[in-house]
Design a protein around this ligand. Sequence first.
Ligand code: KIV
Ligand code: ZN
Length: 437
Amino acid sequence: CKKYIPFQQIPLQNRAWPQNTITKAPVWCSVDLRDGNQALVDPMNLEQKLEFFKLLVDVGFKEIEIGFPSASETEYEICRALIERNLIPDDVTIQVLVQAREHLIRKTFEAIHGAKNVIVHFYNSTSTLQRKIVFRKDMDGIVDIAVQAAKLIRALTEKEVAQTGMNIRYEYSPESFSGTEVENSVLICDRVLETLGATPQNKVILNLPDTVEMCTPNTFADQVEYCIRHLQGRENAVISVHPHNDRGTGVAATELSLLAGAERVEGTLFGNGERTGNVDIVTLAMNMYSQGVDPNLDFSQIHHVRDVYERCTGMKVPPRQPYAGDLVFTAFSGSHQDAIKKGVDYMRTQNSPYWEVPYLPIDPADIGREYEPIIRINSQSGKGGAAFVMQQAFGFQLPKAMHPEFGAVVKAACDEAGRELLPKEVYSLFSREYLEV
Ligand code: KIV
Ligand code: ZN
């Protein structure tokens, strides 16, 4: 989008931030229907999952993890419904998750039979903590679990591909990667790449999860970078990240890991997911967009995205959620309102090709939001705020000399009501003062 200045085009002396920045969208994979779904009080039913799947396709996701088909009959049926009802566009790959366990892997292959494009995503946990507390195995034992699973998956895939011509790709996650010694992560990932027969033409997705965020975002990015530098099979892998948000820094961790070389991101809309959630893909994508990078995802109808999300998950998007929250394009303070008004006037009169409006990181219209709610009027609003609403919402250009007088009328009404006024109430005051005879 031309409105936002790509970072590289900003003259060096005007750059307010250091040189290193994201210049290209990663491959996105939505895990809303799996990680997001498994964390809901009431998991989605078949119809809700199908509606959500359609939304994800419409937004532009090309890789969608649809569930864990070996985990329950419902999950299995959802996978079958998508395949048998022909609901998966040809350019979309469904992804299914499975633990590195034989019977679950076999069941997963039954579930995906007949799908055109599939990623079989298998995982086992590798962290020091899980090894000690849950698996009671040393690293060799953990590597063996992954290698045995990889062998079986490869064999089942070769059989299925020979019979049906399905396009099956592989993804491996060393779960709890961020709690694993980096040398051990490299070791297990290389063994899996080798076992699966990965090549530059047939890359395997290596997905590095920040299963529980346990350190600052730079440390996670350092762990990702270490793997990228030390993997022997680097050229045979797509490096993916799967950040959660336990420290509230999932977006930052993801952005830094992209700068460190990750090529693919798994996350969810609005950050739904286990505990504090997965990383929020809407924020990541819109952050890129605001710096002139095409995210390859379409959030131009954010209200619709939000509606479907809220209806299907039963979750609410908080009012201060970046880009999508009710309050995020709202200015309460007079000085902010005045600056926004000046910015909007400047854009109009100077015909500026770039978005240059203070306090609004993007033009709300780009995501289908209106100018009307940008300025709401309360007793702290300056005199310019009411005039701005009259202009933006109702097309009345009030002469400057009228601003103080009308501002005072509006302020008095706010004080009396003890709350902010809606634009239509501002209009009623204007009408009462100046239009009615
Ligand atoms: O958070 C996680 O580690 C996961 C894996 C199964 C990829 O969801
Ligand atoms: Zn997860």
